[in-house]
Ligand binder design. Structure first.
Ligand code: GLU
Length: 445
């Protein structure tokens, strides 16, 4: 038998914007597919017509495109409802599917009783004991029931690509509901059918899906299909180990993009965070793919600090030639003749591209001089020696030399007051690089 082509999928529900936690899943699946020359599917899990929104589908695509995580094809669960109905029919025919009528309140009561008796809150399968008449009566009274998959009460075992050998007792898990009373197919069944039909060979997702995986393995086996490789990555926490679930909303990829985080910075961090490999800025996707190994990831919760993205972003920007940022630089209004010099001067002094704005404003408009009282006279003297613009790369050296000769000041006492007077700042770019870009120096009396 030939080994099937590696096929992975990223399967977001379009009920919100994707966040940093989703990205981890997307990226791992993407890298596995690309590393083996396989195929990466974007699967939109939109079986819930009420919560799914087209704007989120568009936003998910935009986020992935921004990061360069290109998919080979898009699939939508809402277009495959007939396949799910077929699967349901087969499960029904083989006696693995049964209708249950308990209301949420009744189920809750059962759970509470079980917990009181220190028993695991597993569905008691009472519906299996209903006679045809009872079922009919319940249906007449309450409408259609939900359809549950009857688990085989054995141990479910698999070798997890991250967590290692896992074994879950099926008796400790409730028979999963696969179809709701209103007929809506639930994710567990839809996902299994998709993975089978689409030849998915590797399923990587968050460890909140481990129990799902156990039940899905039995459904896959019931449907006579090969079980894919499963791997569950740890969940992200905040920098102090605190749960991130509530804050994930503020860690949407679109927000990070708006904050100026660069794709390579984000990818470099997320493709290695939580693994034994060092997090360092990678040049491109090829480098990320090359060193990626799922087996290097650990099961412990992974600490994530959005602030770590900033130095990586700065580092990435410093490595870019003008060509890559030319549009942004021109959009600021920097004349073409100055673009190269401006970028060379500014790139070491920015964290995000938006910081360029302030450097161009300084060059274009000059700065309100920052002059300490004891330097007032010195600065006036110095400004009198400053030649008229345009300046060139020699200006700073010649000027400070002349000021030194005239005032006797040297070192920090010479340079710092001049820097502050010219730029309005205590720190910033190399003055020799900055001077030729300055169109105006304010505060000359
Ligand atoms: N739509 C599911 C989720 O976002 C997909 C899980 C899976 O990868 O199977 O949790």
């Amino acid at each position: 038998m030939t080994t099937p082509q590696t096929t992975t999928r990223f399967a977001p529900s379009p009920t919100g914007y994707i966040h940093i936690g989703n990205l981890r899943t997307a990226l791992m699946n993407y890298l596995i597919a690309r590393k083996s020359g396989g195929s990466f599917i974007l699967r939109i899990d939109d079986t819930d017509p009420v919560r799914s929104e087209e704007k989120y589908v568009d936003a998910i695509k935009r986020d992935l495109e921004w990061l360069g995580l290109h998919w080979d094809r898009v699939e939508r669960q809402s277009a495959r409802l007939d396949r799910y109905a077929e699967a349901a029919k087969r499960l029904r025919e083989m006696g693995r599917f049964y209708e249950a009528f308990e209301t949420p309140v009744e189920l809750d009561l059962k759970r509470k009783k079980q917990l009181n008796m220190r028993r695991p809150p597993v569905y008691d399968r009472a519906a299996l004991d209903l006679s045809q008449e009872e079922r009919k009566a319940l249906r007449a009274e309450r409408g259609n029931g939900v359809w549950r998959f009857k688990l085989d009460h054995a141990r479910i075992e698999w070798h997890d690509g991250i967590l290692g050998d896992l074994s879950i007792d099926a008796a400790s898990v409730s028979d999963p509901v696969l179809i709701r009373g209103d007929g809506q197919v639930l994710y567990t069944l839809a996902s299994v059918m998709d993975d089978i039909d689409m030849g998915v060979t590797h399923v990587v997702r968050g460890s909140d899906h481990v129990t799902n995986t156990a039940t899905q393995i039995q459904i896959i086996q019931a449907l006579g299909a090969p079980v894919p490789e499963f791997a569950h990555h740890s969940l992200l926490t905040g920098p102090q180990g605190e749960a991130l679930s509530k804050r994930l909303g503020t860690l949407a990829l679109r927000d990070l993009r708006e904050r100026g985080v660069e794709p390579m910075a984000l990818l470099s961090l997320m493709a290695r965070l939580g693994s034994s490999d060092p997090v360092e800025l990678r040049k491109d996707m090829a480098e990320l793919i090359e060193g990626f190994d799922l087996g290097h990831f650990g099961s412990a919760p992974t600490k994530f600090d959005a602030e770590d993205l900033m130095p990586l972003t700065a580092h990435h920007l410093q490595s870019l030639p003008l060509e890559e940022v030319r549009e942004t630089v021109s959009a600021l209004g920097v004349p073409d003749a100055l673009a190269g010099a401006f970028w060379t001067m500014a790139r070491d002094n920015i964290t995000v591209l938006a910081d360029l704005e302030k450097w161009w404003a300084l060059c274009r408009d000059g700065a309100e001089p920052l002059v300490d009282a004891q330097d007032r006279e010195f600065v006036d003297q110095a400004f009198a020696l400053l030649p008229d613009a345009p300046f060139d790369s020699e200006t700073w050296g010649q000027w400070t030399k002349a000021v030194k000769a005239a005032t006797g000041r040297k070192g920090r006492g010479l340079f710092m007051p001049l820097r502050k007077a010219v730029t309005g700042l205590e720190r910033g770019p190399e003055m020799a690089e900055l001077m030729p870009l300055l169109q105006v120096v304010r505060g000359r009396s």
